[in-house]
Design a protein around this ligand. Structure first.
Ligand code: MUC
Ligand code: MG
Length: 367
């Protein structure tokens, strides 16, 4: 159970179609595979997707902070000393995605060691989640086509629509086309990635008030403190904090300050250990949770569904679990399968996933 080595392996897999949104664009999964090795020969794995436009981390930075600071700090600890690991990693400021991958790889190794699924160690509430698909910027017709294809092929009937462009009419036209094209029963919600001002957000939400949206996420910057509170007070749907609530402390600040009324939990940035803290906080505060997507590949998605399925609150809403479908390939030996709009937790101990060594050799960029 003792940690003897930690690897951080950069790799790059192109997307078939880049995902575009108000704060950036992702054309390739330039992530870091993290492996935690124990003295019993167990290898836990997790994925770190650097998102410079959200947290300031880069692929090289993630690999370097793990190799130079995190690995020496945790070698010699055992897999059950997760709070000691948490405290040691917390001595470095920031780097949420790098810390989270180390944390989740330790949980995977622990699950394998105990021969139990991580999702059961976390909470074991259910074994699956409904899937929400995220639609990046495009023309109304192309976005309706993509949503229709997702519904026909995978049974997905919940869509998060990226908004935040100017003029606001561009995105309103998309959401209206989606509602008309998909019908009244499809769930639609919007995510602005801070692209609009509070006033633009209020106007857009008013103009879309007949479209039956269920959530609005991060439409304007949380730093515009009073504008954001003013916006949130006038909405009749939960307002989801994503980039503005990346730690339990930020969640507390956003919710108690009236700047959000729901929270996106992303395992890519809070791992399992801190996501547990955020979940318990949201439960105590009585706010909705969405399991978000950090534009994850299959390994990251396996982590999200393992956590989301572990609790009642996190499994109630559809989780954002499908963006890996846009990647041209992946690293796992067996592909995740979305069926009838649902993704099941993988069976087996730990996270239940294995890396294909040929694929890793093909896509790693450090050799
Ligand atoms: C999301 O929910 O915002 C896009 C940017 C980011 O930070 O995460 C993704 C999805
Ligand atoms: Mg978001």
């Amino acid at each position: 159970m003792k940690i003897v080595a930690v690897d951080a392996i950069p790799y790059s897999i192109p997307y078939r179609k880049p995902l575009k949104f108000a704060s950036g664009e992702v054309a390739a999964a330039e992530h870091v595979l993290v492996r935690v090795h124990t003295d019993d020969g167990v290898v836990g794995i997790a994925d770190a997707p650097p998102r410079p436009f959200t947290y300031g981390e880069t692929q090289r930075g993630v690999a370097t902070v793990i190799e130079t600071l995190f690995s020496p700090a945790i070698i010699g600890l055992t897999l059950v000393e997760r709070e000691v690991v948490h405290a040691k990693l917390a001595r470095t400021v920031g780097n949420p995605v790098a810390k989270s991958a180390v944390d989740m790889a330790i949980w995977d190794a622990l699950g394998q060691t105990l021969d139990l699924p991580v999702t059961e160690l976390l909470g074991g509430y259910t074994d699956r989640m409904r899937v929400s698909h995220m639609l990046g910027f495009d023309t109304p017709a192309a976005m309706v086509d993509e949503a229709t294809r997702m519904r026909e092929t995978y049974g997905i009937d919940v869509f998060k629509v990226k908004v935040g462009r100017r003029p606001i009419a561009l995105d309103i036209a998309v959401v209206r086309a989606l509602r008309e094209g998909l019908g009244a029963d499809t769930e639609l919600y919007v995510d602005g990635n801070r692209g609009w001002t509070a006033a633009e957000s209020a106007r857009a939400m008013k103009e879309m008030s007949d479209l039956g949206l269920t959530l609005a996420e991060e439409l304007c910057p949380a730093d515009d403190v009073l504008g954001r509170r003013w916006l949130v007070q006038q909405l009749d749907v939960p307002f989801v904090a994503d980039e503005s609530a990346t730690t339990p402390a930020e969640v507390t600040r956003e919710i108690l300050g009236g700047s959000a009324t729901a929270v996106s939990i992303k395992t890519a940035r809070t791992g399992f250990t801190t996501s547990q803290r955020t979940h318990h906080l949201c439960e105590g505060l009585g706010v909705d949770v969405v399991m978000g997507n950090q534009i994850d590949g299959q390994l990251g998605t396996a982590c999200t569904v393992a956590f989301g399925a572990a609790f009642d609150l996190t499994s109630r809403r559809a989780g954002e679990l499908s963006n890996f479908l846009d990647m041209s390939d992946d690293l796992l030996t067996e592909s995740l399968e979305i069926r009838d709009g649902t993704l099941s937790v993988l069976p087996g101990s730990g996270l239940g996933v294995r890396i294909d060594p040929d694929k890793l050799a093909k896509y790693r960029t450090d050799q």
